[in-house]
Write a protein that binds this ligand. Sequence first.
Ligand SMILES: Cc1cc2nc3c(=O)[nH]c(=O)nc-3n(C[C@H](O)[C@H](O)[C@H](O)COP(=O)(O)O)c2cc1C
Length: 317
Amino acid sequence: MSTPDTHPVVLGEDAPLFEIMATTRAMRRLAPDPVPDHLLQRLVEAAVWGPSGGNGQGCRFVVVTDRETMARLADLWRVAVDWYLDTLGTVTPRAMSDAAYARMVAAIRHQRDNFAATPALIVPCYDMHVMWDPAHRAGLGGVLRRTLALGPRRVLRMAANSRMLGEGAAASVYPGVQNLLLAARSLGLAATLTIWHLGLEAEFKQVLGIPRHVRTYGIVPVGRPLGRMGPVTRPPAPEVTHRDHWGGPWQPAEGTAEGPTEGTAEGTAEGTAEVSSVVVPEAGGMDGAPSAVPPDVGAAGARPGTQPCRCGSRVNR
Ligand SMILES: Cc1cc2nc3c(=O)[nH]c(=O)nc-3n(C[C@H](O)[C@H](O)[C@H](O)COP(=O)(O)O)c2cc1C
């Protein structure tokens, strides 16, 4: 399967993971051709492989390809996007230049105006009946007694910060969603995690017939990319890493500065060519080849301090 990709990442089931991670970008410009069911199934399979809190395995997925349903969702999508663009979306994110953000907004508008032609949507959900198993409810008295035994100070702090319960389901869904995004990229597809339907979640759920006890965590449009995929623009990892305590600079221990992708024995797995380290060129001019459609967001206009990601290149022969 081919993409208008200008960064030579080997695609397919054996695609090199680190390069896939370094070049999986949000892609909102999608070709309207249908995505074959076996590929959609593969994406959901990758998502199902994600971990879940307590091994609850309550993730569920609604895959939408029906044109009439897509058209109904497109109307809701437009309301959600327009609200976003008129409110939170009026401010350029700190990590982006105004020019890069303007390109992103143009891509968002393109997606809004063409949403009904989106080939497929995957809606990752969590079944809260799994989270709140009747067996848990039966044991609630025991949970309460055990919690009170922690002492009033800790109980109060726990009550004030009840994120463990609130975020448990979300944290069980998103690892699988990232698997899905990476699988899409490796299969020559593009997919973007979006959450701005959440403000209108009840209406989206109604169109999709999703019951009350099932929460949605995103809408992931999937299709063949029309824009360029390419290196993501992120801060260098050491800049956002603290050693041992907050504020401590990350300093790799002596002799361990280079990772296994730098040609060490671990980096040269059987069946792969010798590993070479590649600095991915700037997005927006990755190999100098013009693209018919601009990238959603190019690294060229990124704020100082962010950079296209450096990844090891491993080519299967
Ligand atoms: C939690 C989360 C929510 C997101 N929600 C949306 C969304 O509602 N709409 C959208 O177009 N993109 C959404 N995105 C995609 C981000 O905008 C995108 O990852 C970010 O701009 C970086 O782009 P890049 O990966 O192409 O560099 C979301 C991403 C995350 C992680």
